[in-house]
Design a protein around this ligand. Structure first.
Ligand code: PEP
Ligand code: MG
Length: 562
C-alpha cells in the first residue's frame, strides 16, 4: 500500500497512530419490510431501545457529575432529552408500524432526519448538535439490534477511530485503546472536540469522505499538529512517529512528575504558568498538571448559539463549575469577546468586537459582571477586558464594576486589559495606569499586525519582529506602571516564541491545559539572561525567518526539556 495524506483541521492537538476502527453512523434503512404481524413487537423493541439509551446516557452523565465533569454531563443530558422526545418516539414507532421498518432502521432513518434538519441550517454550532443526535442513533440502534455492549470492541492494539462525525458520548465511552480520532466532518467547536481536548486525544476533523473509505485495521497516523492523517505510512515515517510519540510520552511523564516544582528559570526569575480554558474539564486537567490558576477563561464560547445577551443566571451556570475549582487561585475571567468569528445569532449583522460591543449594551455588561463577582468571590479574581483599544474603555468597565462590588460589599477585583490589537500596544503607556495587568493575546495581535488570517495552516508568526516590538512596548509600559504582563495567545506554548517572551520580561504564560506541564518544564530549562539577550537581538531582526535562526539554541534547550 502506498502512503496517502488526507488534509483536515486540527481539533485536539498531538500525534497518534494505530489501526482504523470505523464507527458507522449510517442513516439508511437495511431495506427489510416487515410483515404486518411482526410490526407491533418490533415497534416495542425500537421504543425500548430509545428508552434504554436514555437510561445509559443518564448513567454516564451521573458518573461524569460525580467526577466533577458537569459540562460534559450537561451535553449528555441533551441526548437523554432527545431519546425521550415524544415527537421522535412517535416518528420511530410510526416508521415500524406503518412502513414496516425494522427497529434498527426506524431509529437510524428517523434520527438521521432530525440530524439532517440541523445540518441544513448551515450553522457550525447546530451542525455540532447534529453529531450528538447521530451519536444517539448509534447507541439506540446498537441496543435495538440486541448488542448491549458499547459499540467499541475491545482489542489489544492501538486504534484510530474513524467516523463521519461523533457525539460527546462516543468520545467519553472510548475504550483505553483509542489513541486518536479522524472525522470526515466534525467541527473544532463541536462537543466531541471539547471532550477530546480534555482527554488529550489527538483529533483531526473535516477530512472529507475519503477518510470513510479506509478499511478497518488499516494503519494510519493522526497528526493534529500538522492538520493531517497519513494512511498506510511508510516504514520510515512510522518509525519516526513512534519515536516522537514515545518521546512525548516520556516528556509528559517527566513534566507531570515535576509539577510541584516552582516555575523559576535556572538563574532565578519566576514565571507563572497558568491555563487557558473554556470548560471545567480544561480547568481540572490544567490544575492536575500544576497550573497556578487560569490566565484566560474564554466566556463567549458557551454562548455562540445565544439568541439574546446572556442573563446573570446563564452566566452563573457557565462560570460556577470552572470557578469553584479555583478557590484561592488566580481566576482571570474574560468578558464576552463577541464579534468576528464569534458572533452569535442575535448579533448577526452587528459590527464591532469585544469591549466595544459590551459598552454599547450596559445591561449585558452588568449582568456578566454581577455573575463574575458572585461566582468568583473566593478566587483571586481578575476581570479581563477583550479587544481594548483605548484607556476610556477600561475606565468605563471599572465604572460598571464599582457599584456591583459596593452592593455586594466586596473589593473591586483586579481589572486587566487584553493587548490583542496593535492600537492597545501603541497606547500601552496610556492604558497601563488604568489596569492591574496586561494580557497579550498574540493570536489576534499577530494577525492584525501582519494582516494575515489567524486560522491559516501552520499558525501565524508571533516571532515576527513587528509583533515582538509591540510586545516589548507593552512590557515597557507595564514596568513603568509596575503591573504584571501575561501572554495568553498560542505563542506562550510555542517552543520558538516562548523563550523570547520570557526574555522580553513577560511575567506570566497562560497556555492550553494540555501544555501546562510542558511549559512549566520549559521555564525551568531556560536561563533568563540568555533569553533576554536573544530577545533583544530579535527586536532588531528584519524578518521572522531571521528570528527563527536567532532563537534556535533556546528552542533546542526546550526540545530537550519536554
Ligand atoms: C488572542 O487573541 O491571542 C487571545 C488569547 O484571544 P482569543 O484567541 O480568544 O481571540
Ligand atoms: Mg483574541
Amino acid at each position: 500500500m502506498t502512503e496517502r495524506v488526507l488534509a483536515g483541521v486540527p481539533a485536539s492537538p498531538g500525534t497518534a497512530f494505530g489501526g482504523v476502527r470505523r464507527l458507522d453512523s449510517s442513516g439508511e434503512s437495511d431495506g427489510i419490510v416487515l410483515e404486518e404481524s411482526a410490526r407491533p413487537i418490533e415497534a416495542a423493541r425500537a421504543l425500548d431501545a430509545l428508552s434504554r439509551s436514555a437510561r445509559e446516557l443518564e448513567g454516564l452523565a451521573a458518573k461524569l457529575r460525580a467526577d466533577g465533569r458537569t459540562e460534559e454531563a450537561d451535553i449528555l443530558d441533551a441526548g437523554t432529552m432527545m431519546a425521550e422526545d415524544p415527537v421522535l418516539i412517535e416518528a420511530v414507532e410510526g416508521a415500524v408500524l406503518n412502513r414496516g421498518l425494522t427497529a434498527v432502521s426506524a431509529i437510524r432513518v428517523e434520527v438521521e432526519a432530525v440530524a439532517a434538519q440541523l445540518d441544513m441550517l448551515g450553522d457550525a454550532e447546530l451542525a455540532a448538535r447534529a453529531a450528538d443526535v447521530r451519536s444517539l442513533a448509534r447507541r439506540a440502534s446498537r441496543l435495538a439490534s440486541g448488542d448491549s455492549a458499547p459499540a467499541q470492541r475491545q482489542t489489544d492494539s492501538d486504534v484510530i477511530l474513524v467516523a463521519p462525525d461523533l457525539g460527546p458520548a462516543d468520545v467519553i465511552e472510548l475504550d483505553g485503546n483509542v489513541r486518536g480520532i479522524a472525522l470526515a466532518v466534525g467541527g473544532v467547536t463541536g462537543h466531541a472536540a471539547i471532550v477530546a481536548r480534555g482527554l488529550g486525544l489527538p483529533m483531526v476533523v473535516g477530512l472529507g469522505s475519503d477518510v470513510l473509505s479506509l478499511a478497518d485495521g488499516e494503519l494510519c497516523i493522526v497528526d493534529a499538529d500538522r492538520s493531517m492523517v497519513i494512511v498506510s505510512p511508510d516504514r520510515d515515517r512510522l518509525e519516526a512517529v513512534r519515536a516522537a510519540i514515545a518521546a512525548a510520552r516520556d516528556a509528559r511523564a517527566r513534566a507531570m512528575a515535576s509539577r510541584a516544582l516552582p516555575t523559576v528559570t535556572r538563574d532565578g526569575r519566576a514565571v507563572r504558568v497558568l491555563a487557558n480554558a473554556a470548560t471545567p474539564t480544561e480547568v481540572r486537567v490544567a490544575l492536575e498538571a500544576g497550573a497556578d490558576g487560569v490566565g484566560l477563561l474564554r466566556t463567549e464560547l458557551a454562548f455562540l448559539e445565544a439568541k439574546h445577551w446572556p442573563t446573570v443566571a446563564e452566566h452563573r451556570r457557565i462560570l460556577e463549575p470552572a470557578l469553584t475549582q479555583l478557590r484561592g487561585l488566580t481566576a482571570t475571567v474574560r468578558l464576552l469577546d463577541f464579534g468576528g468569528d464569534k458572533t452569535p445569532p442575535f448579533l448577526k449583522g452587528v459590527f464591532g468586537r469585544g469591549v466595544e460591543l459590551l459598552l454599547e449594551e450596559p445591561d449585558a455588561l452588568s449582568w456578566q459582571l454581577e455573575a463574575i463577582l458572585e461566582t468568583g468571590d473566593e478566587t483571586e479574581l481578575r476581570v479581563l477586558i477583550p479587544m481594548v483599544t483605548e484607556p476610556g474603555q477600561v475606565r468605563a468597565v471599572r465604572a460598571a464594576i464599582e457599584p456591583i462590588a459596593a452592593r455586594r460589599g466586596i473589593r473591586v477585583p483586579l481589572v486587566a486589559a487584553m493587548v490583542e490589537v496593535p492600537a492597545a500596544a501603541v497606547m500601552a503607556d496610556r492604558i497601563a495606569p488604568e489596569v492591574g495587568m496586561f494580557s497579550i493575546g498574540t493570536n489576534d495581535l499577530t494577525s492584525f499586525q501582519l494582516g494575515i488570517d489567524r486560522t491559516r495552516p501552520g499558525g501565524s508568526p508571533a516571532h515576527h519582529p513587528a509583533v515582538l516590538r509591540l510586545i516589548a512596548a507593552t512590557v515597557d509600559a507595564a514596568r513603568v506602571a509596575v503591573i504584571p504582563v501575561e501572554v495568553c495567545g498560542e505563542a506562550a506554548s510555542n517552543p520558538l516564541v516562548m523563550p523570547l517572551l520570557v526574555g522580553l520580561g513577560v511575567d506570566e504564560l497562560s497556555v492550553g491545559a494540555a501544555a501546562v506541564a510542558r511549559v512549566r518544564a520549559w521555564v525551568r530549562a531556560l536561563d533568563f539572561e540568555d533569553a533576554a539577550a536573544i530577545a533583544r537581538r530579535a527586536l532588531d531582526a528584519e524578518s521572522a525567518v531571521e528570528v527563527e535562526s536567532l532563537g534556535r539554541p533556546l528552542r533546542s534547550l526546550l526540545d530537550d526539556a519536554g
